[in-house]
Design a protein around this ligand. Sequence first.
Ligand code: PLP
Length: 458
Amino acid sequence: MNQPDKRMKPENNQELMQRDLAVLWHPCTQMKDHESYPLIPIKNGNGVWLHDFDGNRYIDAISSWWVNIFGHANPTINAALSEQASQLEHVIFAGFSHEPGIRLAERLVAMTPDKLNRVFYGDNGSSAVEIALKMSFHYWKNQGKPKKTQFVNLVNSYHGETFGALAVGDVALYKETYEPLLMTCRTVESPDCFYREEQESWEQYSLRKLDSMRCELEKHHETIAAVVIEPLIQCAGNMRMYHPVYLRQLRKLCDEFDVHLIADEIAVGFGRTGTMFGCEQAEISPDFLCVGKGLTAGYLPLSAVLTTQSVYDAFYDDYETLRAFLHSHSYTGNPLACGVALATLDMFESENTIVENQTTAKFMGEAFAHLNDHPHVAEVRQTGMVLAAEMVSDKKNRIPYPWQERRGLKVYQHGLKNECLLRPIGNVVYLMPPYVIDREQINHLAKIATEGIELATR
Ligand SMILES: *Cc1c(COP(=O)(O)O)cnc(C)c1O
């Protein structure tokens, strides 16, 4: 499998990089950086490994932007994909339907919190968020409450990059430039426990941060359609974490003030937090659940919004009333993606993934625990299969390094030289690996991450 294809002229990293940089524009990248940092063309993948054209390999410690679950080129998923391709690649999903789309919706309804029993497909995470925002607003409009036009979000939240999704996020790096174009949001304090007092528990701190939310809802609930939130981990917001008690109480507040709760589990769904969905740890059912990323184990772009019967019913009427949800994407419910998602869900069962992950997560925690004592690591935090070490200039006062110093980049480069794809967010070095990672690989990541942090904090 790793033999070069003899029919093609041999290619190497350098040559492909030059061809790439001549025609491509990459995501989330200042392209000028590639004058100094190489772009790495990947030839193939196998399990947690990625192989480039020069014969180097890298452990994909970040699951290729949080999407991969069961490793690259997984034989079981490959088989499901080619089986589906031999049957039906795609068909319009309005007026027509197909078996993988139906079966996947049935499975999602069965495995998500109780009240969620309607599925609307999208083709990426951002569009799932947009769908939930539009549905929420439209629900209230259909209910005779057109004044509910606003959304509440958390400080440091992230929900994607398209206008609506960007508007309900709060990561300045992505948002600030486009602010003049975006709808405004009511942003309240985050339960993120990084800034808790020394003696304060996660639970106490997260609970205390609910006051800001309560205050906003009390004052403005008449104009608020929904609260949108990432359960348990603000991933793009530096992998900041909080206690499930916050979600539990937030659900109550949303009920009290007649406001929807949108749970964006695009990053944390499908086992990342230790449970299948983050909401399970708070024993709540949101009004909208957005899923994406891991839904297809990192194979194909697919997302879904699950909602309740009562939301669905508010749109169900004679055509002339114009209450229908007239939203669509060309690839809505793509059968290939649905087929892969079904194979992914099967693997959760056949591999006993959620239970196995408990052991893997524990091992990850132990392998990285020593970094807690590092003079420039504020803390090592972990929720399930996500572990983060945050580098700071002043540990005691948790003062960050100036962002211009790009210390995370040094860890990234050290990783690349040592068979690791670690791609820190700012100064936060994290692991969000495929679930099939083994102990030896985790130990290697811990070793290289530690060396990288050492180099970067000198
Ligand atoms: C990645 C992400 C999104 C956006 O998903 P895309 O598929 O990249 O559009 C939305 N919300 C959260 C929490 C995410 O992590």
